[in-house]
Design a protein around this ligand. Structure first.
Ligand code: FE
Length: 207
């Protein structure tokens, strides 16, 4: 079960292409910042004056809008970090070696014509998004989709679950890659742990 009010540790110690500094800012400051803001919003919702509810401006309206921003900030970052990784003591079991494997590969190939087609679309969307690229499994139509979001609480479909998430906010790559987002996206793919992605996919479809 997921809690937006508790932070998760990183599942890896190193990433190819990313410095320790960039990873620790991303996880310890930014990601944990969303967890803390989510907690703060929950506290404020307990005492908000409901009699002032108003659609132009009210504290209740602002809190409820930012509640989804913070919760999705937590959820999307966890989905991003969870599928990456190169452990300190390299072990093929736990680390991300970027090698596609599992039923999910066949399922993506079936949906997009080929696995390479899916990968190409996901990568170019990474050049077009201002925030996120999200591979979802949509329980409404039983299909995969690649979606693009400029904000945490925009660009999604309710009932669709994120399977693989790419963060393309500048904080995710500028420290180590400068403006070379393309190389960051290539390294993202070489850091992927397809074993973990496949396990998540199998859990999703058997729920
Ligand atoms: Fe981020």
């Amino acid at each position: 079960m997921k809690s937006y009010a508790e932070s998760k540790k990183l599942p890896f110690e190193k990433l190819k292409g990313s410095s320790e500094k960039a990873i620790s800012i991303h996880h310890d400051k930014l990601y944990e910042g969303y967890v803390k803001k989510y907690q703060e919003i929950q506290e404020k919702l307990k005492t908000v004056d409901k009699s002032l509810a108003n659609a132009t401006y009210s504290e209740l309206r602002e809190l409820k809008l930012e509640e989804t921003f913070a919760a999705n900030g937590v959820l999307l970052h966890e989905a991003y970090f969870d599928m990456l990784g190169l452990p300190a003591e390299a072990s093929a079991e736990a680390g991300g070696d970027g090698k596609p494997e599992g039923e999910v590969i066949e399922a993506l190939a079936k949906e997009f014509g080929s696995f390479e087609n899916w990968q190409e679309e996901f990568k170019v969307m990474g050049m077009a998004a201002r925030g996120w690229v999200i591979l979802v499994y949509d329980f409404n139509d039983g299909k995969f989709h690649n979606y693009l979001a400029d904000f945490h609480n925009q660009g999604g479909i309710w009932g669709a679950a994120p399977l693989l998430v790419l963060d393309v906010y500048e904080h995710a790559y500028f420290i180590d890659y400068g403006s070379d987002r393309k190389s960051y996206i290539e390294d993202f793919f070489s850091n992927l742990n397809w074993k973990a992605i496949n396990e998540k996919y199998l859990k999703m479809i058997n729920r």
